[in-house]
Design a protein around this ligand. Structure first.
Ligand SMILES: Cc1cc2nc3c(=O)[nH]c(=O)nc-3n(C[C@H](O)[C@H](O)[C@H](O)COP(=O)(O)OP(=O)(O)OC[C@H]3O[C@@H](n4cnc5c(N)ncnc54)[C@H](O)[C@@H]3O)c2cc1C
Length: 351
């Protein structure tokens, strides 16, 4: 069946231009831009491809220069004070206008909250395919972009193609790829008219953004990440994991079911394709099954330790060390050991 499809598929054009959306928040270019550009170059460099960036925001000489020096050949900007704060209608229209002007074969967007909704809505406006939360991007033998996404509840990793429409739109969580040091290229700049924004009559007014205050260490910055899965079973048990994380000067995270159960505050603590990608020196998962959606977010962790009562749990296949047993019992034992060991002999994670 699949073979037949592959034989019959007709690619519309070879991939010659890759446009990357450069999202700026609070005056700072978000890291996902460089990560996506690095990945795009890794895939398409040497194939005659043009790399381009799209910026939609108020005029900002610093950001414009940063983008020009980032290793792209073309920069498309739409400047307007209406784009000062992220606005789903203004920014979507701005990106649509830029894409129509740039006419890329591939559009890559970081799957931030803004990026997620813009990529989906843009796919509708441009009548093209969108692959959300890609775990990887690779080139197929015939030069097509293969978008890898866990599917069927994470049991398989699906290969998604967008064979008949363009641009192929893919969103990827920040942290999925590593940013490389890229040399600057000769860069041509195009200013796209912001006039279509004035014609809009947006249904919402954005008055500002407030950062949520939290004292917790972000999971993306910690050397040790303790992760709780559904096998942890209760909020009370989850608290033991929080204490262990604190004892190890680490951060606490969770799986999707842990988020749904309310054990972690929000998606910033969720690990996986729809959450965060983490690269700690040590990851310890308690009661985590090892679904692909989650494992994609820990694949670059240094040492993976897993606790699961099921000896055949999939998480053990990607683990360096496994403990077969009850999550609560093991967490309690670890907490007691760390408390007893004190500062002198407690296990240390060397920076
Ligand atoms: C589009 C999409 C995106 C998704 N994105 C993400 C994502 O970003 N992150 C994510 O995590 N998930 C994501 N998911 C969900 C994902 O597919 C899995 O369902 C989820 O990761 C499973 O979480 P879990 O391992 O905590 O729970 P379960 O799959 O329920 O596993 C619980 C595990 O705990 C073990 N267990 C049970 N009791 C105990 C005990 N007493 N002691 C020790 N072990 C015990 C069990 O053996 C089992 O292995 C996504 C799903 C979809 C469809």
């Amino acid at each position: 069946m699949r073979q037949g499809f592959l034989k019959e598929r007709r690619w519309i054009v070879a991939i010659k231009k890759i446009l990357i959306y450069a999202e700026v928040f609070d005056g700072v270019l978000l890291p996902g831009y460089r990560e996506l550009l690095s990945k795009a170059k890794e895939i398409f460099q040497g194939r005659g491809a043009v790399f381009a960036a799209a910026y939609a925001g108020p005029r900002n000489a610093v950001i414009a220069e940063e983008l020009r020096q980032s290793g792209i050949h073309e920069l498309y900007v739409m400047n307007s004070p209406l784009l000062d704060l992220y606005h789903p209608e203004y920014h979507l229209t701005a990106l649509e206008m830029i894409v129509r002007e740039a006419d890329p074969d591939v559009l890559l967007i970081t799957a931030t909250r803004a990026g997620e909704e813009m990529s989906a809505a843009l796919g509708v406006r441009l009548k093209t395919g969108v692959t959300a939360h890609c775990a990887d991007l690779v080139l197929s033998g015939d030069g097509e972009l293969t978008q890898m996404v866990p599917a069927f509840g994470g049991k398989v990793v699906g290969e998604i193609f967008t064979p008949t429409t363009r641009p192929r739109i893919a969103s990827v969580k920040s942290g999925t790829f590593m940013a490389a040091d890229l040399d600057a290229e000769e860069c041509r700049e195009t200013e796209v008219s912001a006039a279509p924004l004035d014609a809009l009559n947006p249904s919402v007014e954005i008055v500002g953004f407030e950062k949520r205050a939290t004292k917790k260490m972000p999971i993306t910055a910690a050397d040790v990440v303790i992760c709780g899965g559904y096998g942890v079973a209760t909020r009370e048990n989850f608290r033991i994991l929080e204490e262990v994380a604190e004892q190890l000067s680490g951060a606490i995270g969770g799986t999707r079911p842990a988020l749904d159960a309310g054990w972690i505050e929000d998606e910033s603590g969720m690990i996986g394709t729809s959450g965060r990608t983490v690269r700690p020196k040590v990851y310890i998962g308690f009661g985590v099954s090892g679904a692909a959606h989650h494992v994609c977010g820990i694949k670059d962790a240094g040492t993976i330790i897993s606790v699961n009562q099921d000896p055949d749990a999939e998480i053990f296949e990607v683990s360096d060390y496994k403990a077969i047993g009850d999550a609560r019992a093991v967490a309690q034992a670890l907490r007691a050991h760390l408390a007893r060991s004190g500062d002198e002999t407690a296990p240390r994670i060397n920076p």
